[in-house]
Design a protein around this ligand. Structure first.
Ligand SMILES: [Zn+2]
Ligand SMILES: [Zn+2]
Length: 855
């Protein structure tokens, strides 16, 4: 036993002797290599903290310079063996050559709490230059490089490699590092190395300079590296600051004192844009650009305790939609606050604060901005002092600005035409608004039950139309689809001119074929007829000349010659509509002729290109909607066609499908592709998107679909998860948690192998919707119904449960009849007038026959 202890002591003495006998030398700076040879001195005990939770400063006594007698912390001269005396003790500087990247001070000294130690190293550099010194420490500490204090940190932590990286300038030849390491409790140590300097890393990881604004509104340039480090590194700093009107409000070059107060010309609270051009002493040049806020903030009360000093101000020149928007603002503000804010004429003097709707002279004075184009749909709302401005293009921009102001600032939601959520507030105080948006897709349309309501459509910033209708701000509408026979009915022409119609199997027929497009009379008649329609119905943007909704194009020699030359049937269609478009162009310079790229015409022609006044409407009808266009192998040919059309068509328009077309009421888990597909369309420079859903009530998640698609068409980059959650909880209340659970369960059924198409049938053998899935979903809806906040919300939950009941009936009809699921399905569809699918009444009847016959 004693012999063992003796042996250990001998070994310890031996190791001590070997470390002391080493030379302390300068180490060459090598990127990534650990600094392992140190002179260390400690521990110097510090008093334990009076309050252990006081973590936000160094321990008492840490900041004392214990090295004064050796030149001080910023000018140290020591060698191994020197003794450092401090109150109540002393320590000797000793060489420590660490076997490891981490200098373990517990091992070097002994286990100690509340103490500090010094570690000193010398570094040899071949030439002067900027480096990063990288440190990890346990706990905090302070670091000097060549006598400059470049880093200080007091928070307790564990050693992490490259925890802090600090830009420093090394001299040619010898350089010194002094680390003052702080120990609180438990482990104690540090690691140090050098990393090559990259300006990108400095900007990305360290954000070098920043501007911070204090409570007084005065901005200051700051940097976490401190003046000595900056002066050592930076040759020159050019600062340029512009305000919101792009006016230069600060422009200065600094060579020494980089940080400090910036005196801007005005003290108005707003966003400013700063641009810093930094030249380092090693010649490198960097630029930092960022926005910051500065100026005096004040609180303004829009309304409080049943009173408001505001009025809504409109110019005499306001458009119809701007007037409508002002009345919307008045109406919903009253719902929110209980106060009717008057609408007044901006030309009439008003002493109180105002909400100014629309672009006018006041906006020009305040912003310097020119009037937006009438059709510009982008908008901005902001305040100058107590006044709030909302403006955009006259047609729809201002109106969308008002709706977004209500939506963003007050939480108003127009989920469906029947369900609007308006929060009630006793008071509303603001200090600053500045928000602007621009639409992501020019023409936005969806064929959904909810979207049939023009007011819902407007409030949700939708502006497209299949057919014309009146709505605030107007619509960019499309006349017709599948119009060959509408323009040239066989009943009118076939008897006398069978040659106008398709040659199929050697015979001119009229049933289920197309027009003979190479016939010059057909071109003449169609041109005349579309011109007449355009004259009589000038409200449309695009006039359709397109194939009937079936295949079998004309096989005559003349038609097929063009088809052959162009490598496909789209060739003759474009050849034909280009001629019509050319013929009407002079009379209708702002209008378009539209046609389809659909089924047998989906692939673009080889040579001919659509004219500038032709719109090609590309249809995604064949695609898989479980996976997006880009990732699903089934969609690659569509993606190729999309990209090829995008390359040749000046105006590409999309007819996309977002519903199970036969069984509207079947689960259709395509929500994960909506955003990605719309983004793919946008990348291909489309001018419009029409999302085909169900126009009758009752399609699966049809209210959510209509809502989400309107958000995505306006902003293809919106956060879909937030929109869905907002809807789930806003529309379904407490039951929303369960509906979301079902939604996730449903989308979890999709795997890379499960493709879904718009004509999927609810077969009992379908592997996506297993019996277990139906059982689990059924249970979730039972729970959802229990927590429904009221009878109205219960109805919404029941409507959402129809797809599960429908699947249950078709998969297990006997069980569905036995446990009441079928009866519930009948009662809910009856009450809601819910549609089953695209085939209408006959489909409903055949479903019920199937259920009745099930034995
Ligand atoms: Zn033909
Ligand atoms: Zn797929």
């Amino acid at each position: 036993m004693y012999r063992k202890i003796f042996l250990i002591i001998v070994i310890m003495l031996f190791f001590k002797a070997t470390t002391d006998s080493q030379q302390f030398t300068a180490q060459r700076v090598v990127p990534q290599e650990w600094i392992k040879l140190w002179l260390i001195c400690g521990p110097i005990p510090l008093p334990p903290p009076k309050d252990p939770s006081m973590l936000y400063d160094h321990l008492d006594g840490f900041k004392i310079d214990y090295l004064k007698k050796a030149g001080g912390e910023n000018n140290l001269h020591v060698k191994a063996g020197d003794v450092l005396k401090f109150k109540n003790g002393s320590a000797r500087w000793q060489i420590y050559n660490s076997p490891d990247s981490i200098i373990d001070l517990e091992k070097a000294f002994s286990e100690t709490d509340n103490a500090l130690a010094y570690a000193y190293a010398e570094i040899q550099a071949d030439q002067a230059g900027v480096w990063f010194i990288s440190i990890g420490t346990d706990d905090g500490g302070s670091l000097w490089v060549n006598g400059l204090n470049v880093w200080d940190s007091f928070l307790p932590r564990s050693v992490t490699v490259d925890n802090d990286i600090i830009p420093i300038l090394l001299n040619k030849g010898n350089n010194t590092i002094l680390l003052k390491s702080e120990q609180r409790e438990w482990r104690w140590g540090f690691c140090v190395r050098f990393l090559p300097f990259y300006k990108d890393k400095l900007l990305e990881k360290c954000s070098f300079f920043t501007i911070t604004t204090g409570l007084d509104g005065i901005p200051m340039i700051t940097s976490k590296f401190g003046t000595p480090v900056l002066q050592n590194l930076v040759q020159n700093l050019d600062i340029r600051i512009v305000d919101q009107q792009q006016k230069v409000v600060f422009n200065e070059q600094r060579k020494t004192d980089f940080c400090g107060i910036i005196s801007l010309i005005s003290d108005e609270f707003q966003t400013y844009h700063a641009s810093f051009s930094i030249t380092l002493k090693n010649g490198e040049f960097m630029q930092q650009r960022f926005n910051f806020y500065a100026g005096k903030r004040a609180d303004y009360t829009l309304f409080s305790e049943g009173k408001s000093d505001y009025r809504i101000a409109l110019s005499k020149n306001a458009s119809e939609s701007e007037k409508w928007a002002a009345s919307e603002l008045q109406h919903w503000m009253k719902e929110i606050s209980g106060i009717e804010i008057p609408i007044g004429d901006i030309e009439k003097e008003y002493l109180g604060p105002q909400i100014i709707v629309g672009y006018n002279d006041l906006v020009r004075q305040k912003t310097g901005a020119d009037a937006p184009a009438d059709l510009d749909e982008s908008f901005r709302y902001f305040n100058k002092g107590a006044d709030i401005f909302i403006y955009g293009g006259k047609m729809r921009g201002t109106m969308y600005g008002v709706m977004s102001f209500l939506e963003n600032e007050f939480g108003c939601r127009w989920y469906t035409s029947a369900v609007t959520i308006i929060p009630h507030k006793d008071s509303f105080v603001f200090d600053w608004f500045d928000h602007s948006e621009t639409p992501g897709v020019r023409v936005r349309n969806e064929l959904y039950f909810e979207a049939l309501d023009p007011i819902w459509f407007t409030r949700n910033k939708m502006n497209g139309g299949m057919g014309f209708r009146q709505q605030p701000g107007g619509v960019e509408c499309y006349w017709g689809v599948h119009t060959f026979y509408q323009l040239m009915p066989p009943s009118e022409f076939f008897a006398d001119h069978p040659e106008y119609y398709g040659l199929i199997k050697g015979k001119r027929i009229s049933d289920y074929t197309q027009l003979c497009l190479s016939n010059p009379d057909v071109l003449k008649i169609i041109t005349e007829r579309i011109r007449k329609i355009m004259r009589e119905n000038p409200e449309y943007l695009i006039y359709d000349i397109s194939q009937n909704d079936w295949d079998d194009p004309c096989q005559c020699e003349n038609c097929q010659a063009i088809v052959k030359k162009e490598g496909g049937e789209s060739g003759i269609v474009i050849w034909f509509v280009n001629q019509v478009a050319e013929a009407i162009e002079k009379e209708f310079p702002d209008k378009f002729i539209g046609t389809l790229a659909y089924r047998y015409t989906r692939t673009p022609p080889k040579y001919i290109k659509p004219r500038s006044n032709v719109v090609v409407r590309l249809c995604s009808v064949e695609c898989c909607f479980a996976h997006d266009f880009k990732t699903c192998p089934e969609n690659q040919s569509f993606l190729r066609d999309l990209e090829a059309w995008s390359a040749i068509a000046p105006h590409l328009y999309i007819w996309d499908y977002v519903v199970n077309f036969i069984h509207y009421i079947m689960p259709f888990p395509n929500f994960k592709v909506l955003q990605s597909n719309i983004q793919t369309f946008r990348e291909n420079k489309i001018i419009g998107i029409m999302e085909q859903g169900n126009q009758e009530k009752g399609g699966e998640f049809s209210e959510l679909r209509a809502h989400l698609i309107s958000k995505l068409l306006w902003n293809p980059d919106c956060n879909v998860e937030i929109v869905i959650d907002d809807f789930m909880y806003g529309y379904y209340g407490r039951a929303g948690k369960y509906i979301r659970q079902y939604f996730d369960l449903l989308h979890g059924r999709i795997t890379p192998e499960t493709h879904i198409y718009i004509f999927r049938d609810p077969s009992p053998y379908d592997q996506i919707f297993s019996d277990q899935f139906i059982r689990d979903s059924y249970e979730i809806f039972e729970e959802a119904k229990k927590v429904a906040d009221n009878s109205e919300i219960l109805k919404r939950v029941e409507l959402a449960s129809l797809p599960v009941l429908y699947m249950k009936c078709l998969r297990s009809p006997l069980l569905a009849k036995y446990d009441g699921s079928y009866a519930s399905f009948c009662a809910i569809t009856e009450r809601e007038g819910a549609i089953y699918g695209g085939l209408g009444e006959p489909q409903r009847n055949s479903f019920h026959r199937f259920m009745e016959n099930a034995k």
